[in-house]
Ligand binder design. Structure first.
Ligand SMILES: NC(=O)c1ccc[n+]([C@@H]2O[C@H](COP(=O)([O-])OP(=O)(O)OC[C@H]3O[C@@H](n4cnc5c(N)ncnc54)[C@H](OP(=O)(O)O)[C@@H]3O)[C@@H](O)[C@H]2O)c1
Length: 273
């Protein structure tokens, strides 16, 4: 059975299966080269309907099937999954964990000496292959390990590499970020309705405005301040709206939100240690 798969996934829930779907739909991996363990039979069946047949294995046997493992269980389930994996692991294994807030030190301490560990922080938009993931090396991981991890997460969005000390800030920005945008969208819709626009019109306008602005931001090389200036005529409506946002402390509030979320991430990680 040894080495029969190119990659093994521990957990085929929302994120594990999104990664597998991304790898298969982009033609980066044949489903037959993927081994998966999950406690839920239904999760495996649903995934198989989408991507075709892959190898199924109990968690404790996965390390014998693949030397590259992705740990995609909830943070609270990590310790027990590692108990199953550790006895069959050694220095030829690379484990990439996506468990939010779980430091590489926590993983390395529960695995045999020499196992290479990479920590990944994907975000919810990876479920639509439009996400972003930050990767951080554990103490033994190599540049080649980071490249392998990048290829997997590159199937569901952008990938950046950071030092692990920045992972809490990453979580605060790209992990929590979609929720800030949803709050902003909700407020824009409410503002539109307050000015008398029907709700269905408000929803269409706000969604496409956010999508359009996001695309302009992504495709342009310009700083957002430059893009902002381009839609502001002197004495015009946009500057009047921006004035109200700045007067109400919008920019300062966003900075504070990132600081608070980073602080909370640090607190949660240190509780785990
Ligand atoms: N979803 C996101 O947007 C997102 C974003 C960033 C990071 N993450 C991280 O991704 C990880 C997975 O999140 P998720 O949303 O995909 O969770 P999920 O949908 O609950 O998926 C986890 C799956 O793993 C299974 N599982 C638990 N213990 C296992 C074990 N020992 N062996 C094999 N399978 C096991 C679970 O089964 P049971 O339900 O039966 O326990 C479940 O089906 C989390 O650590 C989370 O922090 C998720």
């Amino acid at each position: 059975m040894k080495g029969v798969a190119e990659i093994g996934f521990v957990g085929a829930g929302a994120m594990g299966s999104a990664l597998i779907r991304g790898l298969v739909s982009r033609g980066r991996m044949d489903p037959g080269k993927i081994a998966v363990s999950d406690l839920k039979e239904e999760a495996l069946e649903a995934l198989e309907r989408d991507v075709g047949p892959f190898k199924v294995s109990p968690t404790r046997e996965l390390p014998a099937m693949a030397s590259f493992l992705v740990l995609a269980v909830k943070p609270g389930e990590v310790a027990s999954a590692l108990e199953d994996l550790a006895p069959a692991m050694g220095p030829h294994h690379l484990l990439v964990s996506i468990a939010a807030g779980v430091p590489t030190g926590f993983l390395e301490a529960r695995l045999p000496q020499g196992v290479r560990v990479v920590r990944a922080m994907p975000n919810a938009a990876c479920l639509l292959a439009s996400g972003c993931t930050a990767l951080a090396k554990g103490t033994k991981a190599t540049a080649q390990d980071m490249e392998r991890a990048s290829r997997v997460f590159g199937a569901v969005g952008e990938v950046v590499e950071v030092e692990e000390k920045h992972m809490d800030a990453v979580t605060a920005v790209s992990g929590s970020g979609p929720a800030y945008v949803f709050l902003f969208a909700e407020a824009l819709m409410e503002g539109a309705a307050r000015m008398g626009l029907p709700w269905n019109v408000a929803r269409i306008l706000v969604k496409s405005t956010l999508m359009g602005a996001a695309r302009m931001l992504k495709e342009s090389q310009e700083h957002p301040a430059v893009l902002k200036e381009r839609v502001c005529s002197p004495g015009g409506t946009t500057l009047a709206g921006l004035f109200a946002l700045e007067k109400g402390g919008f920019r300062g509030l966003v900075l504070q939100a990132i600081e608070e979320a980073t602080r909370r991430g640090r607190e949660l990680s240190s509780e785990l240690r």
